[in-house]
Ligand binder design. Structure first.
Ligand code: IMP
Ligand code: MG
Length: 170
């Protein structure tokens, strides 16, 4: 296991992202964060505290990966959000954008529910792996094509609790 991004690096970056997000919306308007479970939960917890009182939250769960490190290419909705999106400023909060298949699917189904605005925030992006062009307005770090764990990201449900991002070496 090799540390790619330290806890300090990640937290400083998330504070900067929160400042950027906060400045992008009218100050008196609420931002509705939709966390993509399970991987997005650690990023969400830092982001929501950095954004303070301006946010409401919801959760959605999708599955595209089976066991292991390769995408099955098939996205399934496992748990829908609890609240309507109409007239809300929605930001999808996701751990990583890889092929883009998951986000492409998610953006389509959420856009159909008429949010006032719809944007996406990802802690990590692996642009070299993209199969579909998806708009991601807020990206924490761009990384190479390596399988990473920690900070919410798992390998077979393990390592989500690591406070840093590490490269899984076989
Ligand atoms: P995409 O649909 O290929 O963009 O994949 C998105 C999902 O795959 C993410 O939400 C992650 O759950 C998972 N994923 C992609 N790359 C990694 C990685 O390097 N480590 C852990 N999970 C990953
Ligand atoms: Mg995920």
């Amino acid at each position: 296991m090799q540390v790619l991004l330290s806890q300090e690096q990640i937290q400083a970056r998330i504070r900067a992202m929160a400042a950027e997000i906060g400045a992008d919306y009218p100050p008196d308007e609420e931002i509705h964060l939709i966390c993509v479970l399970k991987g997005g939960f650690v990023f969400l917890s830092d982001l929501v505290r950095a954004l303070k009182a301006r946010v409401t939250l919801d959760f959605i769960a999708l599955s595209s990966y089976g066991k292991g490190t390769k995408s099955s290419g098939e996205v399934r909705l496992l748990k829908d959000v609890d609240h309507a999106l109409e007239d809300r400023h929605v930001i999808i909060v996701e751990d990583i954008v890889d092929t883009g298949l998951t986000l492409h699917y998610l953006q389509e189904i959420l856009r159909a529910r008429s949010p006032k605005t719809l944007r996406t925030a990802c802690l990590l992006s692996k642009p070299s792996r993209r199969q579909l062009e998806v708009a991601v307005e807020y990206i924490g770090f761009t990384i190479e094509d390596r399988f990473v764990v920690g900070y919410g990201l798992d390998y077979d449900e393990r390592y989500r609790g690591l406070p840093y991002i590490a490269v899984l070496t076989e």
